[in-house]
Design a protein around this ligand. Sequence first.
Ligand code: NAP
Length: 311
Amino acid sequence: MGEEREVVILGSGCAGLTAAIYAARANLRPLVLAGKMPGGLLTTTTVVENYPGFPEGMDGFSLMSGMQKQAERFGAEVRFGEVESVDLSRRPFALATDDGEVVARALIVATGAGHRHLGLESEGLLENKGVTYCATCDGALPMFRNQPLVVVGGGDSAMEEAMYLTRFGSRVFVVHRRDQLRASKIMADRAKANQKIEFVWNAVVSEVLGVDAGRVTGVRLRDVATGAGRELACAGVFVAIGHVPSTAFLKGQLELDAEGFIVLKGGTRTSIAGVFAAGDVADRTYRQAITAAGTGCAAAIEAERYLAAQA
Ligand code: NAP
């Protein structure tokens, strides 16, 4: 049997690190496996303006490194590493990580969600060569300055990305597959009022152009109503079509819904007693830093009670 822990937390975003603070303060010496993106999605944003307690905003990276230090101060161990597979039919639960096996009496899954991709071959070939999933991370790069840019999507993320990109691009085209936005009214109105943003309705990107050049030179669009194709020149493609929960390693082990989100059974409880879920991995609705932190706190409290009841 591998290294034994009372509580293992998978993921080091707002949900995972808040769970770690609470579990550590309950003397459970939690192990946090930091995952693919240590610090989570917030480390890819600039200023976080809606996290309570910071009236002037706070940069995402500092917020997350503060949470990590706070968890460590109370005895949490944050380790770089990822879980590869789990066996939740055993007790304690067995976790195969890239650094050996760990067993846990209670497990908190806070692995979050990754960016949804269009699924085009050309998209993959041009990733980081003009195709990106994060305007705040990459928008200011010289390759995008004073160039036409394309944002794909019709939700709040697409509106936010498009508005941010108007600082850098010469023009920002928002390509959406319908003729109505999914975005909230306030975000949609702001984007529509922005002179630098142009909407391309009822269109999907069928190919990202520029593979031979080694950088994005444009997109091929297909009109979903007529099937007609056309090309639009651009230097960047910002894909903002939602997120996919990071739960591939849980398939067949824990109840997931059709899109892979963990199904909750009241509070942060999952289909398996002793396994709790927090943050975006189980949230289709709110997906905010503060709600992730809140459910991380709840998961740690529920894990603590579960362990106490087992003793
Ligand atoms: P979302 O609301 O799920 O929107 C995804 C958009 O991408 C939709 O317009 C969808 O089209 C489109 N889409 C999905 N798959 C596609 C595909 N394969 N090809 C082309 N288009 C595709 O995701 P989100 O914008 O990331 O927002 C997620 C949550 O975070 C929401 O609750 C949102 O309110 C919140 N959020 C809030 C803020 C803010 O308030 N500042 C900022 C960002 C996000 P359809 O509309 O046709 O389905």
